[in-house]
Design a protein around this ligand. Sequence first.
Ligand SMILES: [Zn+2]
Length: 342
Amino acid sequence: MKILCFILFILSYIGGYPAPTVPNEIGNIMIVMYHGLSDTNKYDRSSEGFLSDLQKLYDNGYRLLSLHDLIDGNITTPAGYTPVVLTFDDGKQTTFSLREDEGELVPAEGCMVDMLNEFCEEHPDFGKAATFFVYGSDDTFKGAGTLEQRFAYLLENGYEIGNHTLSHANLKNLGAARIQEEIGLLDQRLRLQCGEGYLPRAIAFPNGERPGAENLRAYAADGECNGEAYHYDWALRVGESTVTANPFHIKFEPLNVPRVIGADESNAAYAVHDLGYFLRYYEDNPEAKYISDGDPETVTVPKELTHLVNGEAAEGMGVRVEVYREIWRTKFVGNYSIMPRA
Ligand SMILES: [Zn+2]
C-alpha cells in the first residue's frame, strides 16, 4: 500500500493524468444515464455532445466499468483511475440499431453504440461496457435483424441489458400486483430473448419513479408474476446524485441508485446535476471521487473516511477493507463532504 501511494504521488508530478495522488475507494462513482440522439429532446444528447462526453471522461481519468461488475463490487479499474458506468434507456433506434452489410448485421452508422465501439477501439485502455434498459416496445432498437439478434449483438460485444418494465410504467402509482406484472412480464420476455445464460440484474425505473409506498419498494428486487419469480440486485433512478453509487458506502441503497443525466446544460434548471456539472466538480474536488487502488479485492480508504465504509457489504462481496493514513491528511481532515452541494 505504501509503495502504491508513493508511486501515485510521484506520478502526479509528472503531468497529465493522474492528478489524484492516492486511492479513495469510498469516493463517488457516477452512473450516467443516456437515451437517444437528437438536438431537441432534453433527455437526448447530440452526436457531438456524446462524443465530447466520452472524450472528457477519458481525459479526466474515468474508465468504463460494467454495471454487473459494480453490482458485484468487482472494481477492476486500474490504479489512480475512476470507474464510470454508462446506461442507455428506452431502446431507441438512435441509441442502437443494426444494418445489413454484405449479409452481416452490424451497428448502423452513427448510432450511439457505433460511436461507442469506435471510441473504445481507438482508446483501448478506456475499457468497453454499457447497459441498455429496454421495455416491451415493438420498436426496441428498430432496424435490421430480429429483436433477438439485436440483443445478441449487444451481449456478444461486451454490453448488458436491463429491465425498464413492460410498458414503461410509472411505478409510483401502482399497487403490488401491477408492479410485479410490469417487472415480471418483461423479465420473462428478456430471459427468452437474450437467450440462456443471460440474467438481467438491474432495473431502471421509468421516469425515475420508484414505487410510492415504502412497503412496495422491495418488489423492485423480488416478486412473482404468473407463478414465476424474478430477482434484481439493483434499481436505478434518475436525477440528482444526493447519495453515491458506491456499493461499499454506508449510505448506498441498492434499490435507489442515483444516475447522472448525460448532458452538459449548466444553465438549464433540469440539469443542475448533469454530467457536465459533475465533471467540473470532480476536477475541482478530486478527493470526492472514487480513485482505484487497482486491486478489486480491497476497498482502500484513508483513515479519516473509514466510518463511511459498510464493512458488512464489502465482506458480502468478498472484498477486504484496507485503511491507510498517509499523504492525504490536508485534503481529508476537516469539513470533507462526500457529496457536492448544488
Ligand atoms: Zn425510459
